[in-house]
Design a protein around this ligand. Structure first.
Ligand SMILES: [Zn+2]
Ligand SMILES: [Zn+2]
Ligand SMILES: [Zn+2]
Ligand SMILES: [Zn+2]
Ligand SMILES: [Zn+2]
Length: 317
């Protein structure tokens, strides 16, 4: 009892500190960027600034070049589900807990994305759709996590089941079992006429290519989740993603690492979920809209991609 109350109190103090610290918004932002870049690769123990720099130097070039796009779909239809870092696998672990970085893209198809959680036998990421907020059931009436994560995916609760098989009808009108996991290279995805989004340094992006990616296929405004930005934004020298990319490569190294060390403890218990991913991309999208507005207003030669602190007032002379 006592310890619970103590814990609760500490939590409130943490929240308070986040609110009053002057640089905290930026520090939290930097920390979230760190988490999205490093993912699970630090084994839960924060990299030192040097390790972080080294990690980025080693991993980012191949990550950007060898990104794999992961979706769940009836291959001839829309992408029903674009997999994000937090999207659960049949094995109950998240996509980001699977192998997602490849120094070299394997020759064979399908490309296997094995789970990296110790003791888990999952050989490759596999999405299980939700019915509302509930995971769908097998025809044997048991849930996915009551089945073996390997082999024939047989049920551990009954002997009648010869492998997980769900008749649940997806939003696209097709039954679950008609869908496939698609793990594609950039070229393969483009060849199928699907957008690939912009290059980002983040880990385990799966199929996410835009802010609406996590909505179900039939609910997205387009069939991909990416909305093409207008030409003047693409042509301006600093897009939001460029900004992120520069930052990832250490453009603001000093503040970045400082910020991380001060804020880590405060936000280490923040939970992430698919909703957070959605919010994150929504925020990026709003930033992009802001950039578009600016690009239209400015049209100047020295657009650096920086956001103005105030849009309504003129810059000081
Ligand atoms: Zn697993
Ligand atoms: Zn898995
Ligand atoms: Zn079953
Ligand atoms: Zn069963
Ligand atoms: Zn579907």
């Amino acid at each position: 009892m006592c310890s619970y109350r103590e814990e609760n109190k500490t939590h409130q103090v943490k929240m308070e500190r986040i609110r009053i610290s002057t640089n905290s918004a930026k520090a939290v932002d930097d920390y979230l960027d760190y988490k999205r870049i490093v993912g699970e690769d630090d084994g839960g123990k924060l990299f030192t600034p040097q390790e972080y720099e080294e990690y980025k130097k080693q991993v980012l070039p191949t990550r950007l070049q060898n990104r794999l796009y992961v979706s769940w779909a009836v291959p001839t239809g829309v992408d029903c589900k674009l997999i994000g870092p937090e999207t659960q696998c049949f094995c109950t672990h998240r996509y980001k807990q699977h192998k997602t970085d490849f120094k070299e893209i394997p020759e064979g198809r399908p490309i296997m994305l094995p789970c990296r959680v110790r003791g888990c036998l999952c050989k490759s990421y596999h999405y299980v759709p939700l019915n509302g907020s509930q995971p769908v059931r097998c025809r044997c009436k048991h849930l996915a996590d009551e089945h073996s994560e390997t082999g024939q995916f047989k049920c551990k609760k009954c002997s009648a089941c010869c492998g997980f098989h769900s008749p649940f009808t997806c939003g696209c009108g097709q039954p679950t079992f008609a869908h496939e996991m698609l793990v594609e290279t950039k070229e393969e995805r483009l060849a199928r006429g699907r957008p690939v989004g912009q290059d980002v340094p983040y880990a385990a992006m799966g199929g996410l290519t835009g802010f609406s990616s996590l909505a179900e296929g039939y609910m997205r405004l387009d069939d991909s989740g990416v909305g093409a930005p207008p030409v003047d934004v693409l042509e301006s020298s600093g897009t939001v993603m460029d900004h992120t990319f520069v930052k990832a490569y250490g453009g603001q190294r000093q503040t970045l690492t400082e910020g991380i060390s001060t804020v880590t403890k405060q936000v280490s218990d923040l939970r992430t979920s698919e909703e957070d991913d959605m919010a994150y991309f929504e925020r990026r999208y709003q930033e992009r809209l802001k950039m578009e507005k600016m690009a239209k207003q400015q049209k100047g030669p020295s657009s650096t991609g920086k956001l103005p602190s105030r849009t309504s007032t003129q810059t000081k002379k």
